[in-house]
Design a binder for this molecule. Sequence first.
Ligand SMILES: [Zn+2]
Ligand SMILES: [Zn+2]
Length: 114
Amino acid sequence: MSAPATTQEIPREVLHLLSVPSLDDQSEAQQRGAACVWDGQPLTAETAVELGERRHRRLDGHYSTFPRGCAPCVADRAHRALLDHGASCEQCVDNAELCIVGRVLYRLVREGRR
Ligand SMILES: [Zn+2]
Ligand SMILES: [Zn+2]
C-alpha cells in the first residue's frame, strides 16, 4: 500500500467549485468513478482525486454519483476556480493564508503539476 495522496479530503465548499460535466456527457466508466470525469483517463486508487457526492435529478427521483478526476485535470479546474475565487474573496485579498478555499485550491493546483 502506498501512502494516500494528500488530495484525498477536499472540503465541500471547494468541491462544488470544481464543476463536473453533466451526466449525459459522461461515459459509464466516468459515472462509476473508474475514469477521470473530465478527460476519461483510467484511474487507480493512487491517481484518483475524489470529487465528492453529486446528486442528480431524474424523472423517477434523485440519485448520486461519486465522480473522480485525475490530478492534472483537477489542477486545471482548481486553477480556474482559484482565479475566480481570488477576485471575489475578501479573505484572500486580505490574507490568503487564512482562507480555506483559497488554500485548498492552491494545493490542488500545485499537486497536479508535479
Ligand atoms: Zn483527467
Ligand atoms: Zn478566499
